[in-house]
Design a protein around this ligand. Sequence first.
Ligand SMILES: Cc1cc2nc3c(=O)[nH]c(=O)nc-3n(C[C@H](O)[C@H](O)[C@H](O)COP(=O)(O)OP(=O)(O)OC[C@H]3O[C@@H](n4cnc5c(N)ncnc54)[C@H](O)[C@@H]3O)c2cc1C
Ligand code: FES
Length: 252
Amino acid sequence: MPVQKECPILSVERLNADAISIWLECGELAKAAAVGQFVNIKCGEALLLRRPISICRVEDTRLNVVFEVRGEGTAWLAARSAGETLDVLGPLGHGFTYPEGKVLVVGGGIGVPPMLNTALRAPAGAIACLGFRSAERAMLVEEFQRACEQVYLASDDGTLGVHGFVADIVDAALTEHPEVAAVLACGPRIMLKTTYDVCRRHGVACQVSMEERMGCGIGACLVCACKSADGAYRHVCKDGPVFAAEEVCWDA
Ligand SMILES: Cc1cc2nc3c(=O)[nH]c(=O)nc-3n(C[C@H](O)[C@H](O)[C@H](O)COP(=O)(O)OP(=O)(O)OC[C@H]3O[C@@H](n4cnc5c(N)ncnc54)[C@H](O)[C@@H]3O)c2cc1C
Ligand code: FES
């Protein structure tokens, strides 16, 4: 059950020019969080709607979120300091399901943070494929290297890892690790689609975390409704954000 509570900020740290990491003391909310879930954070009095941010890590009752400044809400969040509190609603959504066996976690850009929790908790171990715009925009790479058996890296400009797309390193990782039982991915829609295409070629199951604009975050307002492959509409906030890739209507 999601709870709403005022959570003290323990630390605020800039990870690169765009990304900010906040650790919160969340009590039972943190303990209840499953991989791939998110929290909905109130961003000041001026903004009516909360902003959804994925759970990056959980350590006992402490919960970590990592975000980029996109607009008014995330700019307000980025200006917070340790000692203040945040009004947090969560944990929310339907997260990743582990298969029996090793997972390949795939993250692109700001889709990277939620995959750290997913790698850290993988019962049979994890390999990671991470994509960034450049070495300067990379984040959490050492944390993934500690959590995973192997980490493949790609960047748009070639300053970190392979010069190219995330799907290229997913292809390499699945070729070198045929023991991978499922691919779990979060990132831009085009990255998710190309990752799914590679998974189909390798015959490996794929789950994707979808990003949609949200209102309530709890299935009550329809803002996040999106079309599935079977033509039905699903709530990304409640039925997702994680879906089996074959359930997603990729042409929508
Ligand atoms: C389930 C979920 C998990 C998320 N996890 C993270 C995370 O871990 N880290 C992170 O940095 N961001 C995450 N996001 C995106 C984050 O919620 C938005 O960046 C944030 O709501 C923008 O709020 P704002 O007030 O700063 O900007 P706004 O002024 O609301 O918007 C600024 C720009 O961002 C676009 N935008 C706003 N919300 C979304 C959205 N949900 N998806 C795509 N584009 C959007 C708008 O169209 C606009 O162009 C997540 C979104 C969802 C749905
Ligand atoms: S955000 Fe309101 S129904 Fe999903």
